[in-house]
Design a protein around this ligand. Structure first.
Ligand SMILES: Cc1cc2nc3c(=O)[nH]c(=O)nc-3n(C[C@H](O)[C@H](O)[C@H](O)COP(=O)(O)OP(=O)(O)OC[C@H]3O[C@@H](n4cnc5c(N)ncnc54)[C@H](O)[C@@H]3O)c2cc1C
Length: 259
């Protein structure tokens, strides 16, 4: 089975600052002519910026009229973080994106959604909550609230971030009061926090793996990630092997622990 994914060259058409830590990049150009959304609300692409070979992963915030919108969190140091903030550059540059993949899959009987994440998960939580018909609650741990970013009418609990490169989401989830009946729990953020949550959901809450999706989006601790592991091949190989989304994300975390 091939684990190579399709790649597309795209031009940066616009860059807008949505809040101090969130930049919006709008990509376009003829290289995206064959790009096709999966239609899965948390779909992501790999992004390779000029002069680099490594990818970083970003949620497809929107794909419409040939334009691909990615919302990028800028933190202390980082490959994309530093590239995206350069004065007088970025717009007009050519980047590469990979074909999208998504993992958000509520069971057919789900009557509610709980979405939990940090700023890197906010693009996915915004897209999921604007596309779902299910009653949705969001817990967002952010350094600031990007104005008007989440759709009206969604119940949001804003949580302060303990510091750049830090997260306390695991404790928050352990204290949540859960709605009655079957639903779907989606969460993304710092990997160590996500591992703790997976254990909690399996051991304490004893949820079936189809009832939740918990994804490590970034790894705290190191100064610079030596090599980002591409979730795409792990995703495709896991799906081909009949693994659940949860097993695949656990494999992804394990692969990153060995880089
Ligand atoms: C499926 C998926 C979807 C994602 N969607 C988005 C998205 O829509 N928007 C988005 O901004 N990110 C998203 N991420 C997370 C993003 O890929 C990582 O944060 C990535 O490491 C950022 O790359 P960088 O080049 O800026 O920093 P890197 O060069 O990768 O990392 C430099 C150092 O900065 C630290 N670091 C990395 N990320 C953060 C962070 N967010 N906050 C604080 N410290 C950090 C780490 O300690 C790291 O060692 C997603 C990840 C995945 C797997």
């Amino acid at each position: 089975m091939s684990t190579r994914s399709q790649q597309y060259d795209a031009q940066v058409l616009r860059r807008d600052r949505l809040s101090p830590h969130l930049l919006r990049l709008v990509l376009g150009g003829p290289g995206l002519a064959e790009f096709a959304s999966t239609g899965v609300s948390d779909e992501w692409v790999g992004l390779v910026v000029p002069g680099q070979f490594q990818s970083r992963y970003y949620t497809v915030r929107a794909w419409a009229d040939g334009e691909l919108t990615l919302d990028v969190v800028v933190h202390d140091v980082g490959l994309v973080t530093e590239w995206a903030q350069r004065d007088g550059a970025v717009v007009g540059e050519t980047v590469t994106v990979t074909e999208p993949k998504g993992s958000f899959l509520p069971p057919a009987d789900a009557g509610w959604l709980m979405l939990v994440g940090d700023l890197t998960a906010l693009p996915a939580m915004a897209r999921i909550s604007s596309e779902t018909a299910l009653p949705t609650r969001i817990w967002a741990e952010v350094p600031e609230r990007p104005a008007g970013y989440l759709p009206e009418g969604v119940e949001v609990t804003w949580l302060a971030q303990p510091g750049d490169g830090q997260s306390a989401l695991a404790e928050v989830v352990e204290d949540l009061v859960w709605p009655e009946g079957p639903g779907y729990f989606w969460m993304a953020g710092e990997s160590a926090q996500m591992r703790a949550i997976r254990k909690h959901l399996m051991r304490e809450r004893q949820l079936p793996s189809t009832a939740y999706d918990v994804m490590g989006y970034w790894r705290g601790g190191a100064q610079r990630q030596p090599r980002a592991v591409d979730p795409g091949p792990i995703w495709r190989a896991g799906k081909a092997a009949g693994k659940s989304d949860e097993q695949i994300w656990a494999d992804y975390d394990a692969a990153r622990d060995h880089t």
